[in-house]
Each structure stands twice: as C-alpha cells, then as structure tokens.
Design a protein around this ligand. Structure first.
Ligand code: IPM
Ligand code: MN
Length: 372
C-alpha cells in the first residue's frame, strides 16, 4: 500500500516521540512492502514562532492532500500562564480538528499485564481493563461561542450540540461495541445540562438499530469515580468533547502512564493519529519521553487502512518492550538508561526479528547485542 502521511511533530516532546513512530512505520514499510511517504509541516507554538499562526495554511493544505496525519503534541508554557495571549498553540490543533471534520476521537485504554503494578490503583481492580473511549471532538463547549465582556469581568463558553453531531459519533461507537464486548456507556450530565439531555435522547433513539449492544448511562461525576473503582465494567464509553478530554486523562492512570495512550481522530474524509499526552516541555530533548503513545498511534493509523497484521505486530512489539521493562523512566523510574530512542530501536528491531528469543532481547536491553 502507498500512503502519503503528513507529519506534524509540534511542540515539546512531540518531535522526539514522532520520530520513533516514523522509524517504526518505516520498518513496517520495509517488512511488508509498503510505501509510506512522510512530509513534515509545523503546527503549534513552533508555528507561531515561525509564522505568527499556530496552523499555517501550508500545514492545513498538506494535511488535506495527505492520506493521514501523524501528530505529535502541542503547547508551550509561555502561553499557559498568560490568559491574555491572543494567539495560542492549542488553537492550531482545534482548528485542524474542525477544518478536517475530525468529529470522533477514539482513545483505547488498556491495563497491560506487565504494568499492573505501575498503576496507583489496585491490581485486582484494573486487571483485564479494556476500554475504548469515543470522544466527540468538533462540538460542545470547545467550539461554542466564547464571550468576554468589555470590562473583562464576565466570561462564557457555550456548550452546543446538534442532533446530527451526536448521531454520527453514536453510530461509530455502537459499531465499535458490536466488534467488542457489546456495551456502550453514555457519559453525560443529563441531570443538569440540556445538551446532555439531547445526547440521551438521540443515543436512546439510535440504540435499537444495534439490538445486540447494551446501552447504559452514567453521569460524568459518577463515571469519574467508577473509572477508578471498577474500570472493568466499561467497554465503549461514548461522551461529548470536554467530558471525554477529562475522563481520558483520568483513565490513563489505569495503564500506568499517560505516555502509553494513543488516539485516532476520524472524520468522513480525513484521519489524524496522535498521542493523548501533551507537549511535556520539562522533558523536551532529555530522551526521557515515552514514545509508545506515538508508536501506538501509528499502529492505529495502519489499522485505519486495514493493515491489521502490521498494526498487530506493532502492538506485540510494544507489549514485549513492556514485558522486558524496556521502558522510559515514567514506567521505570529506577532506570533512566532506557531512552526514547532506545524504546523505538527495540520496537523496530522486534518488527524485523519477531521470532528472536527473549534472551536476545534482554541482551539488546543490556547493550550486549550486535543486532543494533
Ligand atoms: C487533548 C488535548 C487537547 C484537547 C488540547 C491540547 C487542546 O488536551 O487532545 O486531549 O483539550 O482536546
Ligand atoms: Mn486532553
């Protein structure tokens, strides 16, 4: 298969983790005879520095003419504590999502066997957790009208949804559930918010079309608690934009590190793949950022194009790296010898030699191998 992939590494650790994902995609291309062409463009704080615009037209055009987008991270501390900044890096990502119509953000959350002890949550509670969060991505409070009065003393953000916006992601969530454990949980705040009541109505109306799927509902405050108390009860979580943003960061605690969580943002025409973590500016250039979220996002990209065997091989390589503790310090605080680059090398090596024994991999880990 031939794919043109736009690469938007962005800010902070974005470039270094994306580099590992590209490395892994390149080894997949070699092993399976695909042609992946990568074209880079800037976005975020770095694009503001270069052009004054967090999403330059050139970047948007490249995305539109590509088959898929691999995104790094966005954000810079110099904007975080300046509420009056008129231009912000995050606007680049939000505009990109909106312009490309990426309405569904899919965030898988899994408790890896080998990492059960890395989570602050009890092993017996998280063991076996496998959730797919369907977060609506181009509506709600993120994109509703924003107001600030002239005196700068009153502000509002409108949370607005249309029936159509709810319908299209709901169908995707139900279809996903049909291929999984056949349960959708709608997370909302229907006891308070009118927009949530519309979500309940629309989702309830659609449910009978997927008779094999059970639908249940949770208020978001309760869902936040249930995710920690009993995450195994969830299969597909369907929710609006901001609730999805918040609960997906929360859910990352189950996996042991936010550095593991990948995502796919899908629309009718375009698809973008990005880690859920931010730009982690404190780690930039130190070689300590976990590249797995970016690498797993690349696997989701392959999955999106039906390259299941390839995606599965990456998933296996990641699992093997976790099993062998070839992980960055977020998961392995006692050992900071395993760098971002090294995790990428290991995963690349596994793709080329998946049949090698654990012994060899352990040797690679110890730096005794001549393979890499
Ligand atoms: C995410 C991020 C973004 C969001 C930010 C960077 C705008 O937190 O993708 O979860 O809030 O959607
Ligand atoms: Mn977020």
């Amino acid at each position: 298969m031939k794919l043109n992939i736009a690469v938007l590494p962005g800010d902070g650790i974005g470039p270094e983790v994306t580099k590992q994902a590209i490395k892994v995609l390149n080894s997949i291309a070699l092993e399976f005879n695909h042609t992946f062409q990568f074209k880079h463009a800037s976005v975020g704080a770095i694009a503001i520095d270069e052009t004054g615009n967090p999403l330059p037209d050139k970047t948007l055009d490249l995305c539109k003419s590509s088959d898929a987008i691999l995104f790094g991270a966005i954000g810079d501390p110099k904007y975080d504590n300046d509420p009056s900044a008129p231009i912000r890096p995050e606007q680049g990502l939000l505009k990109l999502r909106k312009s490309l119509g990426l309405f569904a953000n899919i965030r898988p959350v899994k408790a890896y066997e080998s990492l059960l002890d890395k989570s602050p949550l009890k092993e017996e509670n998280i063991k076996g957790t496998d959730i797919s969060i369907y977060r609506e991505l181009t509506g709600g409070i993120y994109f509703g009208e924003k107001k600030l009065n002239e005196a700068g003393t009153e502000a509002s953000d409108l949370c607005i949804y249309t029936k159509e916006e709810i319908e299209r992601i709901t169908h995707l969530a139900f279809k996903a559930a049909q291929a999984r454990r056949k349960k959708v949980t709608l997370v909302d705040k229907a006891n308070v918010l009118e927009s949530s009541r519309l979500w309940r109505k629309v989702v309830t109306e659609i449910a009978p079309q997927y008779a094999d799927v059970t639908l249940d509902f949770l208020f978001v405050d309760n869902a936040a608690m249930q995710l920690i108390l009993n995450p195994k009860q969830f299969d597909v979580i369907l929710t609006e934009n901001m609730f999805g943003d918040i609960i997906s960061d929360e859910a990352s605690v189950i996996g042991g590190s936010i550095g593991l969580l990948a995502s796919a943002s899908i629309g009718n025409k375009y698809a973008l793949f990005e880690p859920i973590h931010g730009s982690y500016p404190q780690a930039k250039g130190k070689g300590i950022a976990n590249p797995i979220a970016s690498i797993l996002s690349a696997a989701m990209l392959l999955e999106h194009f039906g390259l299941h065997t390839e995606a599965e091989l990456i998933n296996r390589a990641v699992e093997k790296s976790l099993e062998l503790n070839i992980t960055t310090p977020d998961l392995n605080p006692k050992n900071n010898l395993v760098t971002t680059e090294r995790v990428g090398d290991f995963i690349q090596d596994f793709i080329v030699h998946p049949e090698d024994t654990n012994m060899n991999f352990t040797n690679i880990h110890l730096g005794q191998s001549t393979i890499i």
